[in-house]
Design a protein around this ligand. Structure first.
Ligand SMILES: NC(=O)C1=CN([C@@H]2O[C@H](COP(=O)(O)OP(=O)(O)OC[C@H]3O[C@@H](n4cnc5c(N)ncnc54)[C@H](O)[C@@H]3O)[C@@H](O)[C@H]2O)C=CC1
Ligand SMILES: O=C(O)C(=O)COP(=O)(O)O
Length: 381
């Protein structure tokens, strides 16, 4: 009962993109790949919202990282825009609904910076265990304080991973090599998959009280805002250490500050903030906080991958090849070729047959006969 990996299901009608605006620092290969393929590229960084609103109407495409807030006002001012390319993973800085309503494709490059974000997470966990940043600052201030920075081993400690996707998985395997027990929660990743990565899957209620360290790796969305809050901090072990290399707000910032002040939280490693850069420096200045200015994806390797990937994805889309990385599936229908529409109709029909077999009249055997040469070999029943 499986549709084999079809070769034509993602074939699409070409989309005309003649000009692209890059609004942030993206690897230079992005520009060269686009230009080599006949697309005009303009780079303008650090634009204010009004400047971007004025500028965007001249372009068919926009390439951003996390700092450009592509709000509905910008999208509505973009009369020619067909594609918003995110050279990175999180698309919470793009109003995807507004883009979808205007038929604009939003695409990202979600695997390009996985390893870099995972490595920074591990660096923050290690910094919290051995107070490396604080010790460095003390040394630079001319001190030699061997008592103040007494740490604790990671070996044998419990790491709770909330969000077992690409980054969560890589963090797990790295921290397992330090002898940490890894437990985790994810509403979508199947338990047997988590187990195969050496992560014990469980509910959040089971997870909170067991952890010495908690790291979050979910997207920012309504269901993940404030996952760690006053109530959930109270369910944790006293002195739990937390890391957020995902998005500001997944750990409630005010609750974190209260937990740090009461000692309920023993330390925090923060790469991301609700407001970037944060105007309120209370967390950054707290002695038990180690923080970075959103550096998770800031490696040469991650930037090279994300810059190249987003350019190649745009070029492939323009040439009517595969559409890779689109996050707003609703607009895809307008880009599919006639051939793909037929495959979609076939998929819907097969789904309906399977649903009626499994939900109302469970059956052991099902024979499906299709007509026509092309898709026959891709359909295995
Ligand atoms: N600091 C940085 O520079 C970077 C930050 N990120 C952030 O990390 C996030 C995660 O990235 P990936 O691992 O690549 O994404 P992913 O999509 O592979 O994994 C996210 C996981 O979170 C799970 N999830 C969704 N809702 C959840 C909930 N309520 N509780 C627990 N799990 C939940 C999903 O099922 C999924 O398995 C991105 O969305 C982005 O915001 C990503 C790259 C770099
Ligand atoms: O890819 C992501 O989700 C990131 O957070 C990385 O953001 P950046 O591209 O470094 O602004």
């Amino acid at each position: 009962r499986q549709c084999g990996g079809g070769t034509s299901s993602t074939r699409m009608a070409p989309i005309r993109v003649q000009s692209v605006l890059i609004s942030e620092s993206v690897d230079p290969r992005c520009r060269s790949i686009l230009e080599e393929n006949g697309i005009r590229v303009t780079e303008k960084h650090n634009m204010k919202k009004d400047e971007l609103i004025a500028e965007i109407k001249d372009y068919d495409g926009l390439v951003v990282r996390s700092a450009t807030k592509v709000t509905s006002d910008i999208i509505n001012a973009a009369s020619n825009l067909k594609i918003i390319g995110r050279a990175g993973t999180g698309v919470d800085n793009v109003d995807v609904d507004a883009a979808t309503k205007k038929g604009i494709i939003v695409m990202n490059t979600p695997s390009g910076n996985t390893i870099s974000a995972a490595e920074l997470t591990c660096a923050l966990i290690m910094s919290l265990s051995r107070h490396v940043p604080q010790a460095v600052m003390s040394m630079k201030a001319g001190n030699w304080d061997r008592k103040k920075f007494m740490g604790a081993e990671l070996y044998g400690k419990v790491l709770g991973i909330v969000g077992l996707g690409r980054i969560g998985k890589e963090v797990a395997s790295r921290m397992q090599s330090f002898g940490m027990r890894t437990i985790g929660y994810d509403p979508i990743t199947p338990p047997e998959v988590a187990t195969s990565w050496g992560v014990e899957p469980m509910s959040l209620e089971q997870l909170w009280p067991q952890c010495d360290y908690i790291t979050v790796h979910t997207p920012l969305m309504p269901s993940t805002v404030g996952l760690l809050n006053d109530e959930t901090f109270a369910k944790c072990k006293k002195g739990v250490k937390v890391v957020n290399c995902a998005r500001g707000g997944i750990i409630d910032e005010a609750a974190l500050l209260r937990a740090l002040e009461s000692g309920q939280c023993g330390g925090a490693g923060l790469d991301v903030f609700i407001e970037e850069p944060p105007k309120d420096r209370s967390l950054v200045n707290h002695p038990n906080v180690v923080s970075c200015p959103h550096l998770g994806a800031s490696t040469k390797e991650a930037q090279a991958r994300c810059g190249q990937d987003i350019a190649q994805q745009i070029v492939d889309m323009v040439n009517g090849k595969n559409l890779v990385g689109a996050v707003n599936a609703q607009v895809l229908a307008s880009t599919f070729s006639q051939e793909s529409h037929q495959m979609i109709a076939l998929g819907k029909a097969l789904g309906a047959v399977l649903q009626s077999c499994t939900s109302r009249n469970p059956c052991n055997n099902l024979r499906i006969t299709t007509q026509g040469k092309k898709y026959w070999s891709n359909l295995m029943v």
